[in-house]
Design a protein around this ligand. Structure first.
Ligand code: PNS
Length: 160
């Protein structure tokens, strides 16, 4: 079975992430969304909150998608799960350098794990968790950029 791990911070999940999952399911039979649990990254939302928002937003009721969490090296998590493909989304050119570096470090750490990229849909090329949080904090309308549950959550976090 063709399985890929789609890792990220997902702090919070955006419509851009969800489009990568939907498009990823064209190429893979199953996708494991792996939420990074990184104590020093000081995310806005806890791992449990991020997972709950992802699970409430999944296309097709979450068919062929698993949501999990990991800490430590991504390649170690991939080995533990017996998965050899990492899926990442690419938006504008600005993503390229960071993604190239990460893919090559991961390849250096474990050359049997390969990274595959899917181009973000043009509607979402400018959407990131950071941009969404900033806009929500300042009272902007983010309803077209995130799933409804995330909009509700960010209103709780940033009441105005
Ligand atoms: O959504 P993000 O923050 O761009 O995702 C980055 C992520 C989680 C994929 C990356 O930081 C990661 O894999 N972290 C785990 C530690 C690791 O394996 N780092 C790469 C080699 S140093």
């Amino acid at each position: 079975m063709a399985v890929a791990i789609y890792p990220g911070s997902f702090d919070p999940i955006t419509n851009g992430h969800l489009s990568i999952v939907r498009n990823g399911l064209v190429a893979f039979e199953r996708i494991i969304i792996a939420v990074l649990n990184h104590p020093t990254k000081s995310p806005l939302l806890s791992v449990a909150e991020r997972i709950a928002l992802i699970e409430a937003s999944l296309p097709n009721g979450g068919a062929n998608i698993e949501v999990d969490t990991f800490d430590g090296l991504l390649v170690d998590y991939a080995r533990k799960r017996g998965v050899r493909v990492v899926l990442r989304g690419l938006r504008a050119v600005a993503d390229f350098e960071y993604e190239l570096q990460m893919a090559n470090v991961n390849r250096h750490l474990n050359e049997s794990v390969e990274t595959v990229f899917i181009m973000a849909q043009d509607a979402y090329f400018y959407v990131s968790s950071n941009v969404v949080k900033e806009a929500a904090r300042l009272g902007g309308d983010i309803s077209k950029l995130v799933p409804p549950v995330v909009g509700v959550k960010l209103k709780e976090v940033y009441p105005r």
